[in-house]
Write a protein that binds this ligand. Structure first.
Ligand SMILES: Cc1cc2nc3c(=O)[nH]c(=O)nc-3n(C[C@H](O)[C@H](O)[C@H](O)COP(=O)(O)OP(=O)(O)OC[C@H]3O[C@@H](n4cnc5c(N)ncnc54)[C@H](O)[C@@H]3O)c2cc1C
Length: 401
């Protein structure tokens, strides 16, 4: 298909699950639906390495790895993305000592415009490997991904509301002291919901079905959706509802297999922007963000999510060469968000932030070039591999020269 598209002077774009908020997967040319390109193509239990076809859903991968006694060391907060789609935009979870999903990649195969397949890893074409792991589909269609796994493990999950001031004072130490630390800061409340997930040798002790249904389905999804819908109809209700959230937030502690703790159902539809900022700038960014809420014309129904990541060496990874804090802002679908996201973007940019490639932002190639030390190397490689721009789309036109 790729060769045919190139011969027909068409563009072609691989699709993941369509979970990017940016038009990363949009096309005016041909679309390549890889949902049937799924499953393992190789399993190496000695190296704890598995090779999966690009369209494999993380959810299916996690379940299959579990039966092999394996797991991915870190994941984001949903599991409905494809492996190739997730790594292509730099999808990450939280963990100050851990990188994003693309850092768990050991090798990749990419289909080139002439239909040939090129393989890259740290040893084989290392420059291509440094570029291709987060490449927005611009260097070719990923056909397989080899992933580094770890023995499957149990996480002790501890979630509790804490006063925001206290969380802001202790967040850097907490990020270092826990395997996976994150928090949700509510715009109009006084509390943050803090999540600390740590590896444990204890057996799983999952939430009961009833507790899970109450927490995730009723409170986090249905009740939250109802509050958001009310807020969309009656914006004046958002601030009082946000304060009520303080009272409703509750603590929970349980142990479960890692992949069941990392990903939770997210059924309330929203728009999102996220910036990767230098860890040291987190306090100033959150302080500026908190002072913004009183000035916005439309109140914000969703909390701010704060996560942490280790530095990495992937040229277009938002965590490239720096310890990172990720700050994500959201707004309920159908509510005005442009003012909020514009102001957030200004705050994050002033701190040297780099946008998540899959979440809303307005940056174009000149600004992005200044944020990524290896941007020009990426562009040169793209010129070599795809001189006629078979893999371009509206988004690569925005973010790459
Ligand atoms: C509810 C929700 C929760 C989210 N949670 C997180 C989170 O916790 N952490 C985080 O970092 N992000 C998160 N995201 C963002 C999401 O992980 C990314 O946008 C991810 O890229 C989506 O994966 P996808 O499979 O849907 O890919 P798509 O959005 O379909 O595609 C993403 C990009 O990958 C390219 N692509 C797909 N397949 C291939 C291939 N085979 N070869 C080459 N290029 C390819 C596409 O062309 C496109 O450029 C979330 C998004 C949503 C909607």
């Amino acid at each position: 298909m790729v060769r045919k598209a190139a011969e027909a002077e068409q563009t072609i774009r691989a699709w993941g699950s369509g979970h990017s908020f940016t038009p990363a997967a949009a096309t005016n040319g041909w679309a390549l639906d890889l949902s049937a390109l799924s499953g393992f193509s190789d399993i190496d239990l000695t190296r704890r390495a598995v090779t999966v076809k690009a369209g494999t859903l993380l959810r299916d991968l996690n379940a299959a790895l579990h039966t092999l006694g394996l797991a991915l060391e870190n994941l984001g907060d949903i599991d409905t993305q494809t492996v190739a789609g997730a790594i292509s935009t730099g999808t990450h979870g939280t963990g100050a000592r851990l990188g994003n999903l693309a850092t768990q990649v050991l090798a990749l195969e990419l289909v080139q415009p002439d239909g040939s397949v090129v393989r890259c890893s740290a040893e084989e074409k290392p420059d291509l490997f440094a570029a291709a792991r987060v490449s927005l589909g611009a260097l070719g269609v990923i056909s397989t991904v080899t992933l580094r796994c770890v023995p499957r493990f149990v996480l002790a999950a501890n979630e509790q509301p804490e006063p925001i001031e206290q969380v802001l004072d202790t967040m850097q130490q907490a990020a270092d002291a826990n395997d996976h630390f994150e928090f949700f800061m509510f715009p109009y409340g006084c509390k943050a919901l803090v999540k600390r997930n740590n590896r444990t040798a204890d057996e799983p002790a999952p939430l009961s079905w009833a507790a899970e249904f109450l927490s995730y389905e009723l409170i986090e999804n249905r009740a939250f959706a109802a509050l958001c819908r009310l807020g969309r109809t009656v914006p004046a209700s958002v601030k009082p509802a946000g304060r009520i959230a303080d009272a409703v937030l509750s603590a929970r502690a349980y142990r479960d297999w890692s992949y069941r703790v990392f990903a939770t159902p997210r059924k309330v539809r929203m728009v999102e922007s996220e910036y990767a900022i230098p860890r040291g700038a987190l306090a100033e960014v959150l302080t500026a963000l908190r002072s913004l809420y009183g000035r916005l014309a439309t109140p914000v129904a969703f909390p701010v999510e704060v996560r942490f990541s280790a530095s990495d060496e992937i040229w277009l990874s938002p965590s490239y060469d720096r310890e990172t804090a990720y700050v994500a802002v959201h707004q309920f679908e159908g509510m005005p968000y442009l003012e909020y996201f514009r102001e957030f973007e200004a705050i994050a940019r002033a701190a040297g932030g780099r946008p998540h490639w899959g979440k809303l932002h307005t940056l174009a190639s000149p600004e992005l070039g200044a944020l990524y030390p290896r941007f020009d190397d990426f562009v040169r490689l793209r010129d070599e591999l795809d001189p006629s721009r078979v893999f371009r789309n509206i988004y690569t036109d925005q973010v790459l020269p």
